[in-house]
Design a protein around this ligand. Structure first.
Ligand code: ADP
Ligand code: MG
Length: 452
């Protein structure tokens, strides 16, 4: 149990150590927590203050009113009692209301809300200081905190001006003393504090939730970094493996050719099959190498002014016989003088891909490469009268590994990488590729360069 705790603690500590963002988040959460406590306590003290002041003002006004009302009725206990009862009735928080005469050593209660107190001596010594204060400034009330049956209360005194007509006006002083319970005020403040604490707990839960979410995002970030590393390793491996595959493939093709030249009919047939398979494998390896180069940004481009007719002849002329072997006519319509800025080898690769596809996916008819230009653009159009591509399939055509699967393409081998590589190469050369096709009629691939 103890060991498990230590183990968990160590794991948590290591997690924090490896993810400084977590520490940052924790610090932010703590700051928010402390700031909330600080602001809440400030608000509570301000509210308490304001409440106390309000209570004071109210009692002060009540005492002022009573003082004015009763100044010439000091000798009329019945009147005083009536007024006191009336005042307490509309101010139920007042628990004590006494009118005290001070003319001997012991102050005497001459009127009170509690009839039993009348004519009693007021023997609370703590009142003396308040009486002195009241005497020092007869125009206002003085308040001190007190406790009445366990509840917070305010004890307030006020000097009472007595009319000169009253019997003891000259020889004695009259003081009003009230005790006001603060329990109602305290209850409302406590209710507010309780609500605030509930809100606070809600906020803490929210912060914790955000914190854990955030820490999960950090997990994802770490995972993402790892994935990227693995991805780079994979790319490195693919590019290394593809390079290594090419050497034996070249050897196989070389020996297959030697056998073809020297052997009998049977061996010639077999060597052709070997060569064909090796060529396919070579194409696949080349495609995979290109994909990894493009993805790693390692495919280099040397842009130069190219005469398109020349470049197309250079890369495509040899396909005239390939097409003818399949019974197709490959025609080139290439006006002179159309030039664009491009990388020659890469453009050659694009042309070979497009013309290769056109021958591969055309069973009969013809394939043509035409060149055109207007004021702004130069266009190479590779058209065929082949199997065509449906509108639905055209949408996915330039995706990696996408191949149309239907009766027409059955038995035609390929990787689905050619068009993706083609589109990527053209993008790097600021050119675009689009497709126009009708299923069963034929397909046009159009490569557009901005005029140079
Ligand atoms: N000229 C074309 N006519 C009909 N379909 C084509 C043509 N060119 C490409 N396609 C379709 O697009 C798919 C993707 O082409 P590509 O990326 O070159 O892959 P691959 O030729 O290796 O299959 C092909 O599998 C084929 O279904
Ligand atoms: Mg292809």
């Amino acid at each position: 149990m103890y060991n498990r705790f230590i183990e968990n603690f160590r794991r948590g500590f290591n997690r924090l150590k490896n993810n400084p963002q977590l520490i940052y988040t924790l610090v932010v959460a703590c700051i928010i927590f402390l700031a909330f406590i600080f602001i809440a306590s400030r608000f509570v003290s301000i509210a308490l203050d304001a409440q106390d002041r309000l209570v004071n003002v109210r009692i002060g006004s009540i005492q002022d009113a009573f003082s004015v009302l009763a100044s010439d009725k000091i000798n009329d206990p019945l009147f005083l009692e009536q007024k006191i009862n009336a005042l307490v009735a509309i101010n139920p928080t007042i628990k004590t209301f006494q009118v005290i005469r001070i003319d001997t050593a012991q102050p005497t209660i001459i009127a009170s809300f509690d009839p039993q107190e009348i004519n009693q001596k007021s023997n609370d010594l703590s009142n003396n200081l308040l009486f002195t204060l009241a005497h020092s400034d007869p125009s206002r009330s003085f308040t001190a905190e007190d406790v009445v049956s366990g509840e917070r209360a305010y004890k307030t005194v006020r000097f009472m001006q007595t009319a000169s007509s009253t019997a003891f006006a000259s020889s004695s002083q009259v003081i009003i003393l009230t005790k006001e319970s603060l329990s109602a005020a305290d209850k409302s403040i406590n209710d507010s504090i309780r609500t605030s604490i509930l809100i606070f707990i809600g906020i803490i839960v929210l912060i914790m939730y955000l914190f854990f979410r955030h820490s999960r995002i950090i997990d994802y970030t770490v995972l993402y970094k790892k994935l990227k590393e693995v991805d780079t390793l994979k790319d490195d491996f693919i590019s290394m493996a593809s390079h290594e595959l090419r050497t034996p493939l070249t050897l196989i093709r070389g020996y297959a050719e030697s056998i073809r030249e020297e052997g009998n009919e049977q061996t010639k047939k077999y060597s052709l099959i070997i060569d064909d398979a090796a060529r396919q494998l070579d194409g696949l390896v080349a495609d995979i190498l290109d994909v990894s180069r493009i993805e790693q940004g390692r495919m280099n481009f040397t842009l130069q002014e190219l005469d398109l007719a020349c470049t197309i002849h250079k890369y495509i002329d040899r396909y005239i016989s390939t097409a003818a072997d399949k019974g197709l006519v490959l025609s080139l319509d290439l006006p002179e003088g159309v030039s664009v800025k491009a990388d020659e080898t890469r453009l050659g690769q694009v042309l070979v891909n497009l013309v290769g596809n056109a021958i591969k996916y055309t069973k009969q008819g013809n394939v043509s490469v035409t060149l055109s230009r207007d004021q702004f653009h130069a266009q190479i159009r590779v058209s065929d009268s082949g199997i065509g591509i449906s509108a639905e399939e055209q949408k996915n055509l330039f995706q990696k590994f996408y191949r149309v699967k239907n009766k027409d393409t059955e038995g035609i081998s390929g990787t689905g990488l050619g068009l993706w590589i083609t589109a990527e190469i053209l993008r790097k050369m600021n050119a675009t590729i689009t497709v126009e096709s009708i299923q069963g009629k034929g397909t046009d691939f159009i490569v557009t360069f901005k005029s140079s």
